[in-house]
Ligand binder design. Structure first.
Ligand code: PMP
Length: 408
């Protein structure tokens, strides 16, 4: 394994050398999307420059090469999350599409009956709320919500109490993008399974921070996006256990997902192809494979330890700022910090520190129910990756003091 060294790692990410507003970029919006190492950029460029052809079609050299690379990326994903089989890896556009796929196809499989419940938590991203509401227009199912406490932790006891004979699916986020809370998903899955209820995990934020083993977790579905794990946008993964994927009907119809088509009747390809209608994001898949190769060079625990160190340091430094309040103080937390400064709107914070080249996210982070829970309109959020440094956190703090001076 390659020894982790932050300066060396920073050299792998060309964007980290650029300036913004005349200052070196300080990129602290990794929960929104991560930056890409040169090897990912090169893999995409290589494909479009020398290897571009459609997959699963021609019997000519380039088409076979493109197919091989795309399917090899699927194998890398399978190994990355330790799925049992490559056929359990469905390529989608991202976490959002993965959850929509599950909601829509389970509904069409007549999996839900009138009055059935899908259990989510109060800290879900809109991507794990709205798809269930969309299908409940077709079939009256109810969303039940596991509450969170004032620290932004899921109330596990309440979760167990809310499970009942109407619960047909538990769908929860692994790590909250707005609070950083890490949920006890293994425990949730174990309990749900003891009641024969399947579980979908929204892994969008967990995948860059934790080593995921879907068999060890025993998740029935695990969804994530390539762009949050140092790969390209427009590619993501739905992992699903074979028994579910087999039971679910196709999501979209078209080329590449069929076995035979006549005007009377169509038969569908095996999983995962059944869910992959049309020409996919071939370069995206190859780029995601390269991102996995990049991460696999390292001991993931070493990266996680470094990120935890950044989280600890940033939490301490932010707590020194008078009037600053951190939203989300879970004991188990990833390197995401939402905060407010008394008397200053988060948008002003974001806009002003941008003039120092510092990129953070401000707003509701597609988690409006969390904002309602804490009775706030928005937060400022700094989120860290292993290429961030303590010096960058110092720059953030200095810039926040500047914001405070402007408002005092
Ligand atoms: N869930 C969580 C927890 C997220 O953080 C995000 C991205 N912000 C999503 C779902 C949606 O991911 P995407 O936009 O890549 O589909």
């Amino acid at each position: 394994k390659r020894k982790f060294n932050v300066e060396e790692v920073r050299n792998d990410f060309p964007i980290l050398k650029r300036e913004v507003n005349g200052k070196p970029l300080v990129y602290l919006d990794n929960a929104a999307t991560s930056q890409k190492p040169q090897s990912v950029i090169d893999a995409i460029t290589q494909y479009y420059t020398y290897d571009n052809a459609n997959i699963h079609r021609g019997l000519y050299f380039l088409s076979e090469l493109a197919t091989e690379q795309y399917e090899n990326a699927r194998l890398k994903v399978k190994e990355f999350i330790n799925a049992m089989s490559v056929s359990e890896i469905v390529f989608v556009r991202g976490t959002t599409e993965a959850i929509n796929l599950v909601a829509s196809t389970l509904c069409r499989a007549k999996y839900f009956n009138e009055g059935d419940e899908v259990l989510v938590s109060h800290m879900e991203h809109h991507a794990n709320i709205v798809p269930w509401q969309l299908i409940s227009d077709r079939k009256k199912i109810n969303l039940k919500v596991i509450p969170i406490n004032d620290n932004g932790e899921l109330d596990y006891e309440e979760f167990e109490k809310q499970v009942n004979e109407k619960t047909k699916l538990v769908s929860v986020v692994h790590i909250s993008n707005a609070l950083g809370s890490i949920n006890p998903v293994k425990q949730i899955i174990e309990f749900a399974h003891s009641k024969k209820i399947p579980v979908l995990i929204d892994g969008a934020q967990a995948i860059p921070h934790l080593k995921i083993d879907v068999q060890e977790l025993d998740a029935d579905f695990y969804a994530f996006s390539g762009h949050k794990v140092f790969g390209p946008t427009g590619i993501g993964v739905l992992y699903g256990k074979t028994e579910f994927l087999e039971m679910m009907p196709p999501y979209q119809g078209g080329g590449d997902m069929i076995r035979t088509v006549t005007f009377e009747k169509t038969t569908f390809d095996d999983i995962p192809r059944k869910f992959e209608a049309g020409t996919p994001n071939i370069a995206g898949g190859i780029g995601l494979g390269a991102a996995i190769d990049y991460l696999n060079q390292f001991d993931r625990n070493e990266l996680a330890e470094y990120e935890n160190d950044l989280l600890k340091y940033a939490t301490e430094r932010l707590s020194e700022v008078e009037g600053l309040k951190i939203i989300g103080t879970a004991k188990e937390k990833a390197s995401v910090i939402s905060f407010l400064i008394e008397g200053i709107h988060p948008y002003d914070i974001g806009t002003i520190i941008d003039t120092d080249g510092i990129a953070i996210r401000t707003g509701h982070h597609c988690t409006q129910p969390i904002m309602q829970r804490f009775n706030i309109p928005a937060t400022a959020r700094a989120s860290f990756a292993f290429y961030n440094t303590k010096e960058e956190i110092d720059k953030l703090i200095n810039s926040l003091y500047k914001v405070k001076r402007m408002f005092s």
